[in-house]
Write a protein that binds this ligand. Structure first.
Ligand SMILES: NC(=O)c1ccc[n+]([C@@H]2O[C@H](COP(=O)([O-])OP(=O)(O)OC[C@H]3O[C@@H](n4cnc5c(N)ncnc54)[C@H](OP(=O)(O)O)[C@@H]3O)[C@@H](O)[C@H]2O)c1
Length: 424
C-alpha cells in the first residue's frame, strides 16, 4: 500500500483536532484511499508541550519554526497557524516546491490571492475550511457547480456575530451577548475582526475571487459590522417591520462587475436566513440553472473546521496517488470591477423632540429623490432626544450616503445614527 506523507503547521484549535483525526481515522482513511496517510511532521511555537499533549510518537518530526516544514519530506503540508507573514512564506515556499498545500487561512487567501494563484502553477492549494468552516461551500462552487453560472452567493458567514444577534433578539444587551459568546469559546478575547465585519469581508473576498476568477481585494469590499446595533433596532425590526437583523456577506455578479459587501441586513422573518440562529452559518447560492441552493451548518469550531481540512487532505492525497495535479483556473482579470445595485435602507437617527424636525429630515431625502417607505418616531415621550426610524424604497447607496451626510449636519439631529439595508 502506498503512503502519502502529511505535515501539520499549527497545533491550536484546528491543528490539534486535525492531528487527532488523522491518527484516529488512520484505518478507515487507508481503506477509502487505498493508501496510508502518515503524519510525518508537526510544527508549533510550543511544539514539545503540544506534541506531548497529543501523545505523538517520537518518530514524528517536531519543529517550532514553520519555514523548516517545506523541506521536511511531506507530500501535503497543512497550514493551520493563522495570521499572515509566517503562513504566507510557508505556503508560497511549499507551492513553489510543487507540494500540495491545505490551509484554513481566510486572511492569507483574501490578502495574497494573486501570488497564491501564480504559485499554484507548481503545487496545488486547497482551502475549504477558510469559508464557513464545516460547510463544503467552496467545493460546491468550484466543482459541483462548475458547469453552471453563479449569479450570487452569500449569507451568514460569521458565527460569532450571529450568536450575538440571536442573544440580543432574546433581550440580552450587546455587551452581555458578547460576554456570553466569549464564555462559550465562540468569540476570541479580541473579537474586533468579528464585530467590525473584517472576518466576514475576508470570506466574501475568497468567495468572490473564486466565483469570478478575479481578485476581490478585501479593502474594496464595503464593510460594516454589528457595532452600533442597539436592542431598540432589534426590537423595532421584529415588532414593527417583521424582520430580523443578520450580518450578511454577499457577492452579486452583475453585467459590468461584482457587488461585494458585508453589512447588517433586516431580513424578512419568512426568509430562510432569518431562521439561522446561534453560531450557525448559512450560505445561499443563486445559480442560473440549479436555481437557489442553501448550505447550512457550523462555521467554526475544532470539529467542523478539521472536517473540512481532512476533506482537503483526502482530495490532495487522491491527486498525488493518481498523479493528477489540480490546476487552478487562470484568473481572468487582475481585480474584480466594483458594481452596486439599489437597496432599501433603514436609518435610525437621534433628534431633538421639537416640531419641524421630521419634515426637515424628510425634505432632505425628497430633494435627493429618495422615496420614504416608513417613518416612525417611537418613544416620543417629551425627552430631549428621540429616535426617528426611517426606511426607504430602493435607492443607490451613493445617493443615500449623500442624503445621510446632509441629515446629520442638521442642527436638530445628533451625529449618532445607525444604517442597515433591507433584504428584499
Ligand atoms: N478556530 C476555528 O474555528 C477556525 C475555523 C475555520 C478556519 N480557521 C482558521 O484556521 C487557522 C488556525 O486557527 P486556530 O483557531 O486553530 O488557531 P490557534 O488555536 O491560534 O492555533 C494556531 C497555532 O499555531 C501556532 N502558531 C502561530 N503562528 C506560529 C508561528 N509563526 N510559528 C509557530 N507556531 C505558530 C500558535 O501558537 P501561539 O498560540 O503560541 O501563537 C497556535 O498554537 C486560522 O487561519 C483560522 O482562521 C479556524
Amino acid at each position: 500500500m502506498k503512503t502519502v506523507r502529511v505535515a501539520v503547521a499549527g497545533l491550536g484549535v484546528v491543528g490539534s483536532e486535525t492531528v487527532r483525526l488523522l491518527r484516529s481515522r488512520r484505518e478507515s482513511l487507508a481503506r477509502r484511499l487505498n493508501a496510508k496517510l502518515e503524519l510525518v511532521a508537526v510544527c508549533d511555537r510550543a511544539i514539545h508541550s503540544k506534541a506531548r499533549g497529543l501523545r505523538l510518537p517520537a518518530k514524528i518530526k517536531r519543529f517550532s519554526d514553520p519555514s523548516r516544514l517545506a523541506a521536511c519530506g511531506a507530500d501535503i503540508i497543512v497550514e493551520l497557524l493563522g495570521g499572515l507573514p509566517a503562513p504566507r512564506s510557508l505556503v508560497l515556499d511549499c507551492l513553489r516546491r510543487g507540494r500540495h498545500v491545505v490551509t484554513a487561512n481566510k486572511r492569507l487567501l483574501a490578502h495574497c490571492w494573486p501570488e497564491l494563484r501564480r504559485a499554484q502553477s507548481h503545487g496545488s492549494l486547497h482551502f475549504e475550511a477558510s469559508v464557513a468552516g464545516g460547510i463544503p461551500i467552496l467545493k460546491a462552487l468550484d466543482l459541483s457547480l462548475a458547469g453552471d453560472r453563479i449569479e450570487a452567493v452569500g449569507g451568514i458567514l460569521n458565527g460569532t456575530t450571529n450568536f450575538i444577534l440571536t442573544r440580543m433578539s432574546e433581550g440580552l444587551g450587546a455587551s452581555a451577548a458578547l460576554k456570553k459568546a466569549q464564555e462559550l469559546g465562540l468569540a476570541e478575547s479580541d473579537p474586533s475582526r468579528d464585530l467590525n465585519g473584517q472576518d466576514a469581508a475576508d470570506k466574501v473576498s475568497v468567495l468572490a475571487s473564486l466565483v469570478t476568477g478575479s481578485w476581490q481585494k478585501p479593502d474594496r469590499i464595503e464593510t460594516q459590522g454589528i457595532e452600533g446595533i442597539e436592542s431598540q433596532d432589534i426590537a423595532f425590526a421584529q415588532s414593527v417591520l417583521g424582520r430580523r437583523i443578520k450580518l450578511l456577506g454577499m457577492v452579486r455578479l452583475k453585467d459590468r462587475g461584482v457587488e461585494a459587501l458585508v453589512c447588517p441586513f433586516l431580513v424578512p422573518l419568512a426568509h430562510p436566513l432569518a431562521a439561522v440562529r446561534d453560531e450557525f452559518n448559512a450560505v445561499l447560492v443563486q445559480a442560473a440553472s440549479a436555481g437557489e441552493l442553501m448550505f447550512y451548518g457550523r462555521g467554526a469550531g475544532a470539529g467542523p473546521a478539521a472536517s473540512a481540512v481532512m476533506g482537503d487532505i483526502c482530495v490532495a492525497a487522491r491527486d498525488i496517488l493518481s498523479g493528477v495535479r489540480a490546476e487552478a483556473a487562470a484568473d481572468r482579470h487582475a481585480e474584480a470591477r466594483p458594481a452596486s445595485s439599489p437597496w432599501s435602507f433603514y436609518l435610525r437617527l437621534a433628534a431633538l423632540d421639537r416640531p419641524g424636525v421630521l419634515s426637515s429630515v424628510a425634505s432632505v431625502l425628497g430633494r435627493r429623490g429618495i422615496s420614504i417607505s416608513t417613518i416612525h418616531q417611537p418613544g416620543a415621550t417629551g425627552s430631549r432626544s428621540v429616535p426617528i426610524i426611517i426606511t426607504t424604497h430602493p435607492t443607490s447607496a451613493e445617493d443615500f450616503c449623500r442624503a445621510k451626510r446632509e441629515i446629520l449636519a442638521l442642527s436638530s439631529v445628533s451625529r449618532q445614527h445607525m444604517i442597515m439595508r433591507l433584504l428584499p
